[in-house]
Design a protein around this ligand. Structure first.
Ligand code: AMP
Ligand code: MG
Length: 332
């Protein structure tokens, strides 16, 4: 298949939208990561997304809308809490899991009776959705298992020849995926952490928000049963081996140097990822791009410093980092 690269002019977005409305696949920028979009109401198109990514078919997709009123097509029950979150935090990196309306295909929701919905804060994405005339199902535009793409070139590297189009937009501002919050019960439950924190949601709703306990377990732990099916799978993994060093900063720095020297003596090419101790927005922005750059540079081993998980953004980035490293963590 020939993949056409589109610019972000209205004319090009219009062409890309036409592909989507005819059942084709187009990757596009959002503020979180690049998405791989298809008409969410078209079962065949959604099946093609799973195929293009090599994604397990029980891992549901987030459905993207450009207007809150689009939600009427996707769910029959919009609560006051949902309305408040939409008013305050959309467009933005917050995905809500809500009861599924009948017209949403089971393929889109991976067989679940709930659907995940979000309005992205990116002009290109919003235009694409509006011009397509349908809600757009879009997982991250990477091959399943690889780090999410935050730059158009990363999408091209994974998806060229597999989909009809890619919109070449800017690098993604946030860099990690949206917060996923389950709104189907009385108490909202965070299924995937992101830069919209539990505190922020609590402040909007004036009630307690809890975390899915699976967020604090390893995939191989007994009783690991995440409510977000995607969390079962190998995720965000670079080609290189990866280890995370956790502990007090000075100890972490010297342990990273020790491992580096050791491995370089063995002839391995080593890459280091060590973010600043505060302001984890930069860590969010850079993590996936750094992993991909290290793979491109032919690094054999990536050594990363752990982030402070008491910080909500540090917690969100670490949620990805530990999976990238396959839970390979050394404590110093
Ligand atoms: P991605 O498309 O790669 O950003 O991943 C989407 C995430 O949202 C995955 O981890 C899914 O498991 C999760 N998700 C999507 N729909 C639902 C749903 N209905 N219930 C729970 N989690 C969902
Ligand atoms: Mg993904």
């Amino acid at each position: 298949m020939k993949t056409v690269i589109y610019s972000t002019t209205s004319k090009d977005i219009e062409k890309a939208a036409e592909i989507i409305s005819r059942g084709g696949l187009v990757a596009f920028p959002t503020e979180t990561v690049y998405g791989l979009g298809a008409d969410a109401m078209n079962s065949k198109a959604v099946a093609d997304v799973y195929k293009a990514k090599g994604r397990p078919s029980d891992n549901p997709m987030i459905v993207h809308v450009s207007d809150s009123s689009d939600l009427d097509k996707l769910t029959g029950s919009i609560t006051n809490d949902m309305k408040r979150l939409m008013d305050e935090l959309w467009p933005g990196p917050l995905t809500m899991v809500v009861p599924k309306g009948e017209s949403v295909p089971m393929r889109t929701t991976g067989g679940l009776d709930t659907v995940a919905v979000r309005m992205p804060a990116n002009e290109v994405a919003l235009k694409l959705i509006a011009m397509s005339g349908c809600p757009i199902a879009a997982p991250s535009a990477n091959l399943s298992g690889k780090p999410s793409p935050t730059r158009a070139d990363d999408v091209i590297a994974d998806m060229d020849g597999r989909i009809q189009g890619i919109i070449r937009g800017e690098d993604c501002k946030v860099g990690i995926e949206s917060t996923v919050v389950d709104m189907t019960g009385e108490t909202p439950v965070i299924l995937r952490p992101g830069i919209i924190t539990a505190q922020k949601i609590e402040a909007v709703l004036g009630k307690k928000v809890i975390y899915d306990s699976a967020l604090f377990k390893k995939a191989e732990d007994e009783g690991f049963k995440p409510r977000s099916p995607g969390m079962k799978y190998k995720h965000y993994a670079p080609e290189a081996d990866m280890v995370i060093v956790s502990g007090q900063r000075t100890n972490v720095e010297s342990e990273i140097e020790r491992i580096r020297e050791d491995k370089e003596r063995e002839g391995l090419k080593v890459g280091v990822i060590l973010f600043e101790e505060n302001g984890f927005d930069e860590a969010a922005h850079d993590l996936f791009a750094d992993l991909r750059d290290m793979d491109k540079a032919g690094v054999d081993l990536i050594i990363a410093g752990a982030l402070d998980t008491d910080d909500q953004w540090g917690f969100a980035v670490m949620n990805r980092m530990v999976r990238s490293a396959g839970y390979n963590i050394v404590k110093v």
